[in-house]
Design a protein around this ligand. Structure first.
Ligand SMILES: Cc1cc2nc3c(=O)[nH]c(=O)nc-3n(C[C@H](O)[C@H](O)[C@H](O)COP(=O)(O)O)c2cc1C
Length: 149
């Protein structure tokens, strides 16, 4: 067993958590595009290494991230994010224990849902374009359902 595999196994044994937040980009639209490309590039490598699954969604100036993984890996991610100057007004919606992953490995990079099921249309109509400052109740959780198949 190589070190990657042993890390993956111990992650799941530690228990599974999810970390969901929204934030706002600090950059204008031109720089946002390159910010996002850089974020995705690093996230792809790191999240695969630490077995973090979920989605990063970006629209206009807003970011939404739903991340699943071990408590340690998500705490490290959160600490990095809180120091990241590319965004601010970070609002943490949830950091709790979960029983199972809702996203498969590597399904982190969805930008916009393309084909939707019937019950996803109303979520799309209500929650897109992304306006997280107007979210109420568990709309931060409902939003993630847009990306589940
Ligand atoms: C909106 C947003 C989402 C991010 N998502 C991730 C992520 O999922 N995984 C990750 O490793 N870094 C993510 N980052 C980048 C981290 O803040 C940080 O730059 C990175 O984890 C540092 O990785 P390094 O130590 O390998 O350079 C994100 C940054 C922003 C602004």
């Amino acid at each position: 067993m190589n070190s990657n595999q042993s890390h993956t196994l111990s992650n799941e044994e530690d228990g599974l958590f999810r970390f969901v937040y929204t934030s706002q980009s600090t950059s204008g639209w031109r720089k946002r595009t390159s910010d996002l490309a850089n974020i995705i590039r690093v996230a792809k490598i790191n999240n695969q290494r630490y077995n973090i699954t979920g989605i990063i969604f970006h629209q206009r100036k807003f970011y939404y991230q739903y991340a699943e993984g071990s408590e340690k890996s998500l705490t490290d991610l959160k600490n990095n994010l809180l120091l990241d100057k590319r965004h601010f007004r970070i609002k943490i919606h949830d950091f709790t224990h979960i029983d199972r992953r809702r996203f498969q490995k590597g399904s982190l990079w969805t930008h916009a849902p393309k084909t939707l099921k019937k019950n996803q249309h109303s979520i799309q109509q209500r929650l897109l374009p992304l306006r997280p400052e107007q979210w109420q109740g568990d709309e931060w959780d409902e939003f993630a359902r847009l990306f589940m198949n």
